[in-house]
Ligand binder design. Structure first.
Ligand SMILES: C[C@@H](O)C(=O)SC[C@H](NC(=O)CC[C@H](N)C(=O)O)C(=O)NCC(=O)O
Length: 239
């Protein structure tokens, strides 16, 4: 990944770094936040992983090992499937799944979150966020079902991988993973749609104090947070 941007906000005592495989105006990126003086967080057990598509999982794992990285699951076909995967962990304990795929414009391809009721989540992300159910796969042998939700095909854009483990309705969300962010043309209409679908607005739509970027924030039925950012305001911020 490349470091795309770093910004320090001393008045709020945090620093951000934005990392990804392409520019922020057209790619999914990871926003890392360092809060002054805080060096440990609880990741909990609800957040799953970020997915990264690579052309050769085995080779990537060798490189990661050579650089002293932590591999938590060796390369091999996913249990109950064919895709070659591996899991690695960053220094803060965030998990990354490496998925073997052909070349893609968006290697940073998944955010996996565990949910307590898959159909409830699918309906929410379809109706409130306008996402599409791209794929649903049940794996009875390993007692889980996944649903891929997104705005474009899995091999070309980042998707949300929702995982339901049979019988598990609640997870500890910890205090480390924060949110996904999605661009919108109208934060006010987005907030209305979220409210109509039973989502909880945690920040009413409007401009952020100090800068004019309009945002709104909400929680899904499991309490996972999403921030919507006005597209035009965001592009201006990047200029
Ligand atoms: C290719 C795509 O389908 C996957 O990678 S699924 C990955 C799979 N997911 C789960 O097992 C989810 C349920 C699990 N109980 C959880 O909550 O994480 C996975 O992680 N497989 C691991 C393996 O070693 O194959």
């Amino acid at each position: 990944m490349k470091l795309l941007r770093k910004r320090d906000i001393p008045e709020e005592r945090y620093t951000n770094a934005f990392l990804g495989y392409g520019p922020e105006d057209s790619h999914f990126v990871i926003e890392l936040t360092y809060n002054y003086g805080v060096d440990k967080y609880n990741i909990g057990d609800g957040f799953g992983h970020f997915g990264i598509a690579v052309e050769d999982v085995e080779k990537t794992v060798d490189l990661i090992k050579a650089k002293g990285g932590k591999v938590t699951r060796e390369p091999g076909p996913v249990k109950g499937g064919k895709t070659v995967i591996a899991f690695i962990e960053d220094p803060d304990g965030y998990k990354f799944e490496l998925l073997e795929r052909g070349p893609t414009p968006e290697p940073l391809c998944q955010v996996m979150l565990r949910v307590g009721d898959l159909d409830r989540s699918i309906e929410f992300y379809e109706k409130a966020f306008g996402m599409e159910l791209l794929r649903k796969r049940d794996n009875p042998e390993y007692k889980y079902t996944i649903a891929m939700m997104g705005y474009g095909p899995e091999d070309k854009s980042a998707v949300l991988e929702l995982t339901y483990n049979y019988g598990v309705t609640e997870y500890d969300k910890g205090n480390a993973y924060a949110q996904i962010a999605i661009g919108t043309d109208d934060v006010y209409k987005t907030a209305e749609a979220v409210k109509l679908c039973g989502g909880k607005i945690t920040r009413e739509p409007g401009p952020l104090p100090g800068i004019s970027t309009k945002i709104t924030a909400c929680l899904d039925p499991d309490g996972w947070k999403t921030v919507f950012v006005d597209n035009i305001d965001f592009f201006k911020e990047l200029e």
